[in-house]
Unconditional design. Structure first.
Lengths: 113, 112
């Protein structure tokens, strides 16, 4: 059974710092991996989607990488800002589960001014 | 931009009531999903639908049912609400299997 883990559960950094959020998964047979952002009391906003054949995807200050063989993905945020404060979730589309997403528990990021 | 609209942001109901949560998407997406999100448990899939009148059970379907009479609308029904169904409910849609999912703002449901 696929399990997705995000460590740490919470992270606090000063403004301007570059940071990395981690996501690990137990079954490397994935179709793709999606990173989301969730603001308090709100829904999820899709940030990046990486196909299993890709190594990384970039959008603005965000860069997501994927290493299927080691069961890891990272979300790199450059020059962090207070507006980046949110919970970040990764989710896997497994290749054998008919398109259902399996979510990690998320990392709550606080960027201090 | 994809717009997924959930009919209520906050809802308070009583135990035993029949509760309807509505979700509408405006991008002609094939797939729609209902999740619930609880502290410490993360997001869990309740039901999903690949087409009109089609539905599939997710990981925690007990106590829920769904309806998809039109492509753009996916309803979650709590047949007889119980206090353990107090939660944040999130609806999502996607163009097809394995495509990016787009979420609504959620409905925070309290069952008293």
């Amino acid at each position: 059974k696929q399990e997705v883990t995000q460590i740490p559960a919470a992270l606090s950094v000063p403004e301007g710092e570059n940071l990395v959020l981690n996501c690990s998964f137990t079954d490397s047979a994935i179709y793709n991996l999606q990173w989301f952002r969730q603001d308090p009391g709100k829904g999820l906003t899709s940030l990046l989607l990486i196909q299993s054949s890709q190594r990384e995807q970039t959008s603005g200050r965000l860069n997501a990488s994927l290493d299927k063989s080691s069961g890891r993905s990272t979300l790199y945020i450059a020059a962090s800002q207070p507006g980046d404060s949110a919970t970040y979730l990764c989710a896997i589309h497994g290749s054998s589960n008919t398109g259902k997403l399996i979510f990690g528990q998320g990392t709550t990021l606080q960027v201090k001014p | 931009d994809v717009k997924v609209t959930q009919s209520s942001r906050y809802l308070v109901k009583r135990t035993g009531e029949k509760v309807f949560l509505e979700c509408v998407q405006d991008m002609d997406h094939e797939n729609m999903f209902w999740y619930r999100q609880d502290p410490g448990l993360g997001l869990r899939l309740i039901y999903f639908s690949y087409d009109v009148k089609m539905k599939e059970k997710g990981d925690i379907p007990e106590g829920y049912s769904v309806s998809r009479e039109k492509k753009e609308r996916f309803s979650l029904i709590l047949e007889s609400a119980s206090t353990n169904q107090t939660s944040m409910y999130l609806c999502a849609s996607s163009p097809g299997a394995y495509q990016p999912q787009h979420f609504g703002d959620g409905t925070r449901l309290s069952i008293l």
